[in-house]
Design a protein around this ligand. Structure first.
Ligand code: PMP
Length: 426
């Protein structure tokens, strides 16, 4: 019998490039047919054939309280009943901004947008406007959305498809983007020593999740902080993925390092389109309508999306939330590594808060180069074996995984059982 997923994929490819609306959803690197999802609940989703999967992508981060959480759904339904969008301010946006300022260290003001891409793109423009400098520093393997200046040696789908720099970005734009090695402090120091006074900002994923999970070293982030301060450059932490994921106060709290601007997204929308950028009030004062850096959005601060976000932010502040989430995620990661090694494979795993990485390499990679050296083909086979066992991992060796609070002990146990079966067939 032909799968409904196959039929849908066939149809989708006729009307949409590659059949998907975001490249990483296609199974391009792992091969096969993407699953078309019909519904989701807690840690699970179901595809067009009504096959159930334990979901470890969680919408690529937002689903931290589990899918279709009753309180989030209720808040969305209530907000929707009062109107979908007004193009005028609401109290909920004020509460959202206050909440983000309260929870994210060093953030005195925020601007709400609708996607992580808008957040990083706008933060970059702000940094350039505020410093009156053009050059930016980013790191190889970090993904910051698809704004032109940032699609240079990027991670996520670009890495997965082996084309880390997008076509269609004029050299006139990309020449202002200096791409350096992640976790290489000496190189960063050299570059600042030669062109420090031209650098508007450094943008970094302080816990990288777009070349699989790679932790920044304390020294790397501290060096970055010190150099930015010394040279008057703005330090931007892109916490679109790791914010509210590695802990309630994000990577800044984890490393005890304060950025000047922070980009947020994913979790703060609880599954609907909300993202934000914010930081020092003196920098944010450059934003229109107060200052000269322009940025806007028809659906920015959308009332239905903000209702989902505010409810999610309330749920993650319940006592013990992050302790439980970290424990579950760490049990999953160590269990996967143990199962892999028990079956004779070179497998390692790591987790920070509610995000994890599984690597087909002896050691946990600490750099982009080490990550690239892992066994991608083996991951691809493992991915399909897990899918057959009812576990949906990110369809790429270069993506991190996400656990929700609904991935309880029994769900983790079922996943580890599936992994043992998959590793034995690998
Ligand atoms: N920054 C980071 C660190 C991300 O992980 C992502 C998306 N995965 C983005 C920015 C872009 O966000 P969006 O897809 O919402 O535009």
């Amino acid at each position: 019998m032909t799968s409904k997923n196959d039929i849908l994929f066939e149809r989708a490819q006729r009307s949409t490039p590659g059949g998907v609306n975001s490249p990483v959803r296609a199974f391009r690197s792992v091969g096969g047919t993407p699953r078309f999802i019909t519904r989701a609940e807690g840690p699970y989703f179901w595809d067009a054939d009504d096959t159930r999967y334990i979901d470890y992508i969680g919408s690529w981060g937002p689903a931290i309280v589990g899918h279709a959480h009753p309180e989030v759904i209720h808040a969305v339904q209530q907000a929707a009943a009062s109107g979908l969008s007004f193009g005028a301010p609401t109290e909920a946006e004020v509460i959202m901004a206050e909440e983000l300022c309260r929870l994210v260290p060093g953030v005195e003001q925020v601007r709400l947008v609708s996607s992580g891409t808008e957040a990083t793109m706008s933060a970059l423009r702000l940094a350039r406007g505020a410093t009156k400098r053009d050059k930016i520093i980013k790191f190889e393997g970090c993904y910051h959305g698809h704004a032109d200046s940032l699609l240079v040696k990027a991670g996520s789908g670009l890495l997965t498809f082996g084309n880390p720099t997008s076509a269609g970005v004029p050299e006139d734009f990309s020449k202002h983007t200096v791409v350096l090695d992640y976790n290489n402090s000496a190189q960063l120091e050299e570059v600042f020593a030669s062109i420090g006074d031209q650098i508007a900002c450094v943008i970094v994923e302080p816990v990288a999740g777009n070349m699989n999970l790679i932790r920044a070293t304390q020294e790397f982030l501290q060096t970055m902080r010190d150099l930015c301060t010394r040279h008057g450059s703005i330090l931007i932490f892109d916490e679109v993925m790791c914010g509210f994921r590695v802990g309630l106060h994000g990577a800044q709290a984890l490393y005890n390092i304060q950025a000047d601007l922070v980009c947020m997204g994913k979790i703060i929308g609880g599954g609907l389109p909300v993202a934000a950028f914010g930081g020092r009030a003196d920098i944010m004062a450059h934003m229109a309508p107060v200052g000269g850096v322009y940025q806007a959005g028809t659906l920015s601060g959308n009332p239905v999306a903000v209702a989902a976000g505010l409810t999610t932010l309330r749920l993650i502040q319940q006592a013990g939330f992050y302790e439980t989430l970290s424990e579950q995620t760490s049990r999953l990661a160590s269990g996967l590594a143990v199962a892999g090694r028990a079956a004779g494979h070179a497998v390692s795993a790591d987790s920070v808060g509610g995000m994890f990485g599984i690597y087909f390499s002896e050691e946990i990679p600490a750099s982009y180069a080490a990550m690239m050296a892992s066994d991608k083909n083996k991951f691809n086979r493992f991915f399909h074996l897990m899918l057959n066992e009812g576990v949906y991992l990110a369809p790429s060796a270069f993506e991190a995984g996400f656990v929700s609070i609904q991935h309880t002990d029994s769900v983790i146990d079922a996943t580890l059982q599936a992994a043992a079966a998959a590793f034995s067939k690998l």
